[in-house]
Design a protein around this ligand. Structure first.
Ligand code: FAD
Ligand code: NAG
Ligand code: NAG
Length: 494
């Protein structure tokens, strides 16, 4: 092979950057990291080590105007752009989900401004959930959001954002009343229900396909005066009992437990074939003393647990820390990594799972799950029940389309040592796990999947993620981003 060809190959594997992109980015004055720079490897590292991508550059703007300048440069040079919040995308979409994207890292934009008379806050999207919770709590306020402190509010609130307060307060995107964002052509907008209503609608559930959100303006909630974490576990449950237990949890959920209650079933590998470990973790945000009575109707039909406990000192912020299991101060310790594949199922509240589907699922976990060499877990998150805030908003009111969900399953399997390579059998293990539920339901069962547990191998993702909202999303994409600047695997198509 001639020498110049070798050089080209080497240049490509490093990620080829046109002279004008690097020159123009340098001209903006925004800190930019390019292939070959000493910090490029760390700047382009994914949370999920199953993915390695080479972005064209990683830039660190400090203001909305700087975000606008770098987007304009990318637009003029025909580069595709992705924002990065906390970097916890399951499929490394905040690195582009492919080589050659411009990554706009928001970590230099971490302001949180609280208005204590209006009970609102403006939160820049470089923040992580732990820092948002801590800062709001210091002012006696709170927001609904997920459990892991290191997840970024940028991606989390762009796609949904579920936590144990969501039945009481909604998803992380629900309290947002205005979104400050940079569009594909670099224009800065403040979108609300009144101004740019189409943009506001699309950003609430599908933001990454349309804009870079620089800050969200939210209505905050009074931090609950009492909060406690509840844990019940049943070691080595046989699969038939586990199927009945999930079914009775569904029955209990449909009966509408009090709204300041939320939680999830957590299922893992048993110590013998035919068995699983079965647990419930929940949060209670109401009167002190009413936590257990709320869940008692379900406990009454369950076998006695191997262990049960209430965790925490009763303060709201301690409950957030207990659920995270890490420090809430995300600047004090580095983020983790993993090597994993994940899938999800959102079950329609109007068409709950049959006992057969619950039992088939547990049978699969107790057999295939016992022999799998992955480290796997299942979470069955309670979204619904007749009094859940998530469902008060109609499915077509925001881009987030699956509000009539009773449970969201997260099916998650890591490689045996949490490092690459990810084993091929890990994909089929999870594919067939989903099928163990869906094949035991009628063929037209209208289940969905959750965009924050993104699955790059998902078939029919348009419908599973966005249901009836997909046609409107496509037409807004066509108007706002005709050149597909904001493109990544599973971005809204034109
Ligand atoms: C350990 C762990 C725990 C989790 N727990 C929960 C949970 O309890 N509940 C829950 O609902 N989810 C949970 N998730 C999923 C999490 O909500 C998503 O992975 C989320 O998208 C991550 O956001 P991020 O900003 O950290 O990620 P990123 O990788 O930075 O972003 C994810 C996506 O959003 C886009 N994006 C990021 N910032 C912006 C922005 N400013 N404007 C527009 N688009 C943007 C990115 O381009 C990318 O496509 C968890 C994930 C992990 C890894
Ligand atoms: C279903 O819930 C009702 C109360 O809402 C309870 O009486 C019944 O025992 C439950 N059935 C199962 C199978 O859990
Ligand atoms: C940028 O896009 C927005 C939304 O489509 C449009 O309103 C605006 O006129 C565009 N600006 C320029 C400079 O093209």
């Amino acid at each position: 092979m001639p020498a110049f060809k070798l050089l080209l190959v080497a240049a490509c594997s490093l990620g080829f950057v046109s002279a004008s992109l690097s020159g123009d980015l340098t001209g903006t004055g925004v800190r930019s990291v390019f292939p070959g720079d000493s910090d490029y490897a760390s700047a382009s590292k994914a949370y999920n080590l199953r993915f390695t991508f080479n972005p064209a550059a990683v830039v660190y703007p400090t203001t909305p105007e700087e975000v606008s300048s770098v987007v304009k440069v990318a637009y003029d040079n025909n580069y595709q752009v992705v924002p990065r919040g906390g970097g916890h995308s399951y499929v490394a979409n905040s690195l582009g989900g492919k080589d050659g994207s411009l990554v706009v890292d928001m970590s230099s934009m971490k302001a949180i401004t609280i208005d204590s008379s209006a009970n609102t806050a403006v939160i820049e999207t470089g923040n992580r959930l732990g820092d948002v919770a801590t800062t709001l709590n210091a002012a006696g306020r709170a927001l609904p959001h997920g459990t892991c402190a290191y997840v970024g509010i940028g991606g989390h609130s762009a796609f949904g954002g579920y936590g144990f307060t969501s039945r009481q307060w909604g998803l992380a995107l629900d309290p947002i009343f205005a979104i400050n964002a940079v569009l594909a052509n670099g224009t800065i907008v403040r979108a609300t229900e009144e101004s740019y209503p189409d943009i506001f609608w699309a950003l609430k559930g599908a933001a990454p396909s349309f804009a870079i959100t620089t800050s969200i303006e939210v209505n905050t909630f009074a931090a609950p005066s009492y909060a406690i974490v509840m844990e019940y576990s049943w070691n080595d449950m046989d699969y038939e009992t586990a199927g009945k237990s999930m079914y009775s949890f569904q029955n209990f959920s449909l009966s509408g437990p009090a709204a300041p209650f939320g939680g999830e079933l957590v299922i893992g590998k048993g110590s013998q074939e035919g068995k699983v470990s079965f647990a419930f973790t929940g949060g209670w945000y109401g009167d002190e003393g009413s936590a257990i009575s709320t869940i008692q109707p379900w406990l009454d039909v369950m076998p006695s647990p191997s262990s049960s406990r209430l965790v925490g000192d009763g303060t709201y912020i301690d409950s957030v820390a207990q659920l995270s299991g890490t420090t809430l101060d995300t600047s004090s310790a580095p983020d983790a990594t993993d090597t994993f594949y994940a899938k999800s199922i959102m079950t329609p509240e109007g068409d709950p799972m049959s006992l057969e589907a619950c039992t088939a699922f547990m049978q699969y976990l107790a057999s295939e799950g016992f022999s799998s060499n992955t480290n796997w877990f299942i979470e069955v998150e309670l979204y619904g029940g007749p009094n859940s805030k998530i469902q008060e908003i109609p499915n077509d009111a925001t881009a987030f389309s699956r509000r009539d969900t009773l449970f969201t399953f997260q099916l998650y399997a890591s490689s045996s040592n949490y490092l690459p390579p990810y084993p091929d059998e890990g994909f089929t293990f999870l594919d067939n796990m989903v099928t163990s539920v869906t094949s035991n339901m009628p063929s037209g069962w209208n289940y969905g999947a959750y965009t924050n547990y993104l699955d790059e191998r998902l078939q029919n993702w348009q419908t599973l993620y966005f249901a009836d909202n997909y046609p409107r999303l496509r037409s807004i994409k066509d108007q706002l981003d005709p050149h597909d600047v904001f493109m990544f695997p599973t971005s809204v198509e034109e």
